[in-house]
Design a protein around this ligand. Structure first.
Ligand SMILES: C[S@@+](CC[C@H](N)C(=O)[O-])C[C@H]1O[C@@H](n2cnc3c(N)ncnc32)[C@H](O)[C@@H]1O
Length: 235
């Protein structure tokens, strides 16, 4: 018996994400020296330790999976199942790991009826888009995902509401622009997850000010642990 339950998906999809989480972890471990080098170069050239803000850092990360932690992805799946989410937006698809969780929730919520629900993902690295689509098909949920290739500031503009759930798992400078595009299309009660807001608290300042504004559109809580997770509810 595992200490932590984190395998909520149907066996076919679960097998794919288990393999991908493991590959993402291995890639992260192998990338540590390169990552440190990239952080130092980012600091020297651009004055920030955060690689997701700099050209050098973004180049280094362009082939990295950086998948959402299994427990966070499983929680997103559970909440999407519990709320019956049919229309989901994901800012930051990468190799499609979190997308498989979200597309699984949609597929089950619509009882496998294609065209009745979708996860709109977005990814600007063409090679990652191709890989993500392959993984979604392998998991059996490709028909419930629309992975849009390109910069989210373009690809998300024509998303139609109402949106039931949004995952913000993107390079940090893009977190607020992504939410600002989708916020008017979120239905009241829709949840928005944003990853790593405790680990990179200072860098997420603009995003956190937006979702925590007492007079704003969201009521927000922070789940600490594994970098932290901001869970914001549309009022
Ligand atoms: C943290 S990863 C996403 C991981 C993914 N959610 C998962 O769990 O597998 C963030 C991704 O956002 C992509 N990205 C960054 N800026 C972007 C932008 N402006 N438009 C679209 N995609 C972007 C990166 O290429 C990267 O693959």
């Amino acid at each position: 018996m595992e200490k932590v339950a984190k395998r909520p998906l149907e066996p076919r999809a679960q097998a794919v994400v288990d393999r991908l989480h493991s590959a993402s972890k291995q890639q992260l471990l192998k990338s540590v020296p390169g990552m440190v080098g990239s952080m130092v170069r980012s600091r020297v050239k651009d004055g920030t330790w955060d690689s997701t803000f700099t050209p050098d850092g973004k180049k280094f990360l362009s082939d990295k999976m950086v998948a959402l932690a299994p427990a966070k992805a499983a929680l997103a799946y559970q909440l999407c199942r519990a709320s019956g989410a049919r229309r989901i937006v994901e800012a930051g698809t990468s190799f499609g790991v979190s997308t498989i969780y979200l597309a699984s929730a949609v597929a089950e919520n619509v009882d496998g009826a294609e065209g009745e629900g979708v996860v709109i993902g977005t990814e600007h690295e063409p090679s990652k888009v191709e890989i993500a689509r392959r993984h979604l098909d392998e998991a059996g949920v490709g028909a419930f995902a629309d992975v849009r290739e390109g910069d989210l500031r373009q690809t998300l503009l024509d998303v139609e509401g109402p949106i039931d759930f949004m995952l913000v798992d993107i390079w940090i400078p893009m977190a607020l622009p992504a939410l600002e595009i989708i916020a008017p299309k979120l239905r009241p009660g829709a949840l928005v997850f944003c990853d790593n807001v405790v680990g990179a608290h200072a860098q997420y300042r603009d995003y956190l000010e937006y979702v925590r504004d007492p007079g704003g559109d969201f009521a927000s809580v922070t789940i600490p642990g594994t970098g932290g997770l901001e869970v914001s509810r549309k009022r």
